[in-house]
Design a protein around this ligand. Structure first.
Ligand SMILES: Nc1nc2c(ncn2[C@@H]2O[C@H](COP(=O)(O)OP(=O)(O)OP(=O)(O)O)[C@@H](O)[C@H]2O)c(=O)[nH]1
Length: 888
């Protein structure tokens, strides 16, 4: 029998022992002290009563209770008349519970008994059904059809004693196979209780041992179990839903009951704070004999199967998210050859591996999202959209005429001014055609400027691919097309230099068709315009095509908004500080605006147009150089105007901090592969260089090209790089590292820097043409490589006759046929074209006189060191080893 101590109930219900004992006494329960026990059912009733003052319908306190041993049919019917049907069920049920209590039977005991006696105690099942109100719909679904059959069976059997509580929504039915020994046909609880064959529950050791077992004070679980077993046995209690919707009715009653309880509580001065009415539905459990209740069944054993993590997550953060320790994660990565510490950031690949390893579905999100000012800007609506000029990027292979074309378009001589005739950084210009503005961005064609071209394509509305009609499709043409397609930008092909006699526009078309760029007049989707930057032919058509394309694209922007711009180039200019070449994407930028650009910020001090003029503001698609940033921003970054300086600075600083942390983490991480590579690099000779360039784009280009200059023996080691002139600290740094060279591109060292470099013996090399810089570095690297020993033939002599001289040996009488034969030089004997012996010339004589050397056409006597087997017709060849410096 499951019993529970008063003190446990008090603890569970949040009441004092005394309070509860008093209430228990009021109900007539036999309790005296906190350790007195009561049945589980009574505990439920007691707590309800103690907290809300409510008693189950039909519950009679103390003396009344004892009378209810048998519920007669009459009484049942009477109750049904008085109260709604569901309540009558409750009454029956709860009365039965009291009755059972008297018999000190626990549900479990009864189950045991029922199994033993092959009898289902009807009253118990009814109780369970009532108590399990919430589960009714489920049960009914399962049992309804069978109930129908069983009902029919019941009719057939017409057992007079069986009562069908159809009005209460409960039917007691019996299967066709009756068990004569059973008193299971008793339909009321009273009858069931009075069944003589029913054994009293034996309080055996099995029950006693149950102390400490987790039990449900209201026995929900055991009830459902009983229903199942009962169903498989002789008798079942089924809810009859055919008469009416009992479930709804029950819910209504339950609701009503709650409301009443609430009213009572309010009348009694409101519910105790934090106290919840002790309801059977609350599914609480007490641990018998234990101090505290444990919701052990509800203990979460959930395994994390999917997580959302930031794109840049540290090892320990990832571990936390997936419910593992950092050690677990490190172990897995280590096993895969990746050495990380718990503070390291995980790469995308690593996250992927870990997700698979731990069987977790990982969704990544960018932590920079919250610092993403561009997203915030874009989220705000543009309310006054207006047409804006198209931004055009001209791209193509080196020397195909991009600058000349642009020059022709804007009728200025830009190409002439460029060092070496090569465009070295992005320039952006605006022109006007038939009252419409067009913004052009010129990108360099040299292979080193890949980054810049890709940026150009991204900042652009339309790309013009220039292909020289006399040269055709070249590597950078293909690369530019790839960038354009990747950026999803419309493309127009300008076939340039059609004025040239060897121009072959059709060849260009054919070559482009091969790489899926089909001309519109050939049935493709791309406009091809033949032009000549020299003669100006086709330029108008090109501009018209651009405007037409722009019109189709319906390019718009809101000039009334705060500005958003893209940085196409940036540099550090003397007297100005950091300068960014931008193109306004949306809104209007004013002098005085506070801006953020990636990790830099500032207040716009000046806006310079492409013609050098200063303006106060610029609108959409306008290119300009802006001054006022705190640092040189990265090319390709987006500029956005912020509310005030503080906001801009804080955001930029946060972003910078994040980047720094990321960078730092990366530098501490090395995979095993990296480590072995690093060890191998110890064998590698490197040329330490410091690169200083005028603009970011050139710096990137030089860096990229220098990194490629390596073989298995030598490489360039860029120890420092930066935009701006060579400084004294650059010189100091170069001095600190052995053999370091400073490479300046479009920058010149000033007096003091020059002096310091001279003092310290640091070499500063400056260039204005990227090819020259690369050639020089190649040569320097060549100097680091081990020289190759090459053999140089110095002379050949033909053996005409031989003389054998006693102890001296064989002397070969020769005629020098090529070069010079020198004494002591290395020599080999060649017979019939095959080298017979290799040694050196031990004696060289001319007319019996020792000679130092004998020139071509002269005769001489030669003796070979340690070799006498010389024959007429042999050839003696002399040679020397020459060290040759290898070039990269
Ligand atoms: N005959 C002829 N020559 C041209 C034409 N366009 C350009 N050129 C010549 O081709 C050479 C290269 O022209 P650029 O305009 O500097 O070429 P680019 O593509 O801008 O070259 P990078 O700036 O190095 O990327 C120059 O000598 C030009 O004079 C043209 O239409 N006809």
């Amino acid at each position: 029998m499951d019993k529970v101590k008063i003190q446990e109930v008090a603890e569970e219900a949040g009441l004092s022992n005394g309070e509860l004992i008093e209430k228990a006494k009021e109900l007539g329960f036999d309790v005296k002290a906190p350790n007195s026990t009561i049945s589980m059912e009574n505990a439920g009733i007691l707590v309800d009563y103690a907290i809300s003052g409510s008693l189950p319908k039909g519950f009679r306190k103390s003396e009344e209770k004892k009378k209810i041993t048998v519920v007669k049919k009459k009484e049942t019917e009477k109750t049904e008349e008085e109260v709604p049907k569901t309540e009558s069920i409750e009454t029956v049920a709860e009365e039965s519970s009291l009755q059972k209590e008297e018999k000190t039977e626990s549900p479990e005991e009864r189950v045991a008994e029922s199994k033993e006696e092959k009898e289902v105690p009807v009253e118990k099942t009814v109780l369970k059904e009532v108590k399990k109100r919430k589960g009714i719909s489920v049960i009914s679904k399962k049992t309804e059809p069978e109930a129908e059959t069983l009902k029919a069976e019941q009719k057939e059997s017409e057992r007079p004693k069986r009562k069908t509580l159809s009005r209460s929504g409960i039917k007691i039915v019996r299967k066709a196979k009756p068990a004569p020994v059973r008193a299971a046909t008793k339909i009321s609880m009273g009858e069931a209780a009075s069944v003589p064959s029913r054994k009293k529950v034996k309080k055996g050791p099995a029950q006693a041992k149950e102390t400490g077992k987790k039990i449900d004070i209201f026995n929900h679980d055991s009830m459902s179990g009983d229903i199942d077993s009962g169903f498989g046995e002789e008798e079942v209690v089924l809810l009859d839903f055919s008469d009416k919707n009992i479930y709804e009715e029950m819910m209504r009653q339950e609701q009503k009951r709650k409301e009443e309880a609430k009213k009572r509580e309010l009348a009694a001065g409101g519910p105790a704070k934090g106290r919840q009415p002790f309801r059977p539905q609350q599914k609480r459990s007490l641990k018998r004999g234990g101090k505290r209740k444990k919701y052990s069944k509800e203990e979460s054993t959930d395994v994390i199967t999917s997580v959302e993590i930031p794109e840049n997550v540290r090892v320990y953060e990832f571990a936390e998210k997936i419910g593992k320790t950092a050690g677990d994660v490190i172990k897995v990565l280590f096993a895969l050859g990746m050495m990380v510490t718990k503070n390291d950031f995980l790469s995308k690949d690593e996250i992927e591996i870990l997700a698979e390893e731990f069987g977790v579905e990982v969704t990544t999100m960018n932590p920079l999202d919250e610092l993403d000012y561009v997203q915030v800007y874009d989220a705000k609506p543009n309310e006054n959209l207006e047409e804006r000029p198209p931004v055009i990027t001209i791209m193509g292979h080196v020397d195909h005429g991009k600058t000349s074309l642009l020059d022709r378009i804007r009728s200025a001589k830009v190409a002439d001014k460029e060092a070496g005739g090569i465009t070295q950084h992005v320039g952006a210009y605006q022109i006007e055609k038939e009252g419409k503005k067009i913004t052009f961005v010129d990108t360099p064609g040299h292979e080193a400027f890949t980054e810049m071209r890709s940026r150009g394509a991204q900042a652009t509305d339309i790309v013009i691919i220039v292909v020289a009609a006399d040269d055709g499709v070249m590597p950078q043409t293909k690369e530019a097309i790839a960038h354009t397609k990747a950026a999803g930008v419309p493309m127009i092909v300008a076939i340039n230099k059609i004025d040239k006699p060897n121009a072959n526009p059709d060849n260009v078309k054919a070559q482009l068709a091969e790489i899926d760029v089909m001309a519109a007049d050939w049935g493709g989707e791309y406009e091809f315009v033949p032009v000549s930057a020299h003669s100006g032919e086709g330029i108008d058509e090109l501009l018209e095509t651009i405007l037409l394309q722009a019109e189709v694209m319906e390019l718009e922007a809101d000039p009334t908004r705060e500005a958003k711009a893209v940085v196409v180039e940036s540099s550090l200019e003397k007297g100005f500080g950091p300068v960014a070449n931008v193109i306004i994407k949306n809104g209007t930028l004013h002098v005085g605006d506070n801006v953020i650009v990636g990790t830099t910020y500032g207040r716009i001090r000046a806006i310079k147009l492409d013609d050098g003029s200063n303006v106060k503001e610029i609108g959409p698609s306008t290119p300009a150089a802006i001054v006022g940033l705190n640092e040189v921003p990265g090319a390709g970054e987006t500029l956005v105007v912020m509310e005030n300086e503080k906001e801009a600075r804080e955001l930029a600083e946060k972003r910078a901090e994040y980047e720094r942390a990321k960078q730092l983490s990366k530098s501490t991480k090395a995979s095993l592969e990296d480590l072995s590579a690093l060890i191998a690099e110890g064998q590698l000779k490197s040329l330490p260089v410091i690169i200083k360039a005028d603009v970011q784009g050139s710096l990137e280009a030089i860096k990229g090209s220098l990194e490629k200059l390596r073989n298995e023996e030598v490489k360039v080691n860029i120890i420092h790089e930066g935009v701006g002139g060579v400084t004294e600290s650059d010189v100091t740094l170069a001095d600190a590292s052995e053999h370091a060279v400073i490479l300046g591109f479009n920058v010149r060292p000033t007096g003091s820097v020059k002096k310091k470099a001279k003092e310290l013996g640091v070499e500063i090399r400056t260039y204005s043409i990227i090819y020259d810089l690369l050639d020089d570095v190649k040569a320097l690297l060549g100097g680091l490589m081990s020289p190759v020993i090459k053999e140089e033939v110095t002379g050949q002599a033909e053996v005409r006759e031989t003389f054998v001289v006693g102890k001296v040996g064989t002397i070969a009488g020769c005629k020098v046929t090529d070069g010079v034969i020198t004494r002591n030089s290395k020599a080999r004997l060649i017979r019939d074209g095959v080298v017979v012996y290799e040694s050196s010339i031990s004696s060289l004589k001319r007319f019996n006189e020792d000679a130092k050397e004998v020139k071509n056409g002269y005769e001489c006597g030669i003796m070979l060191e340690n070799f006498n087997d010389i024959k007429e017709g042999d050839v003696i060849e002399t040679f020397k080893d020459v060290e040759e410096q290898v070039k990269l």
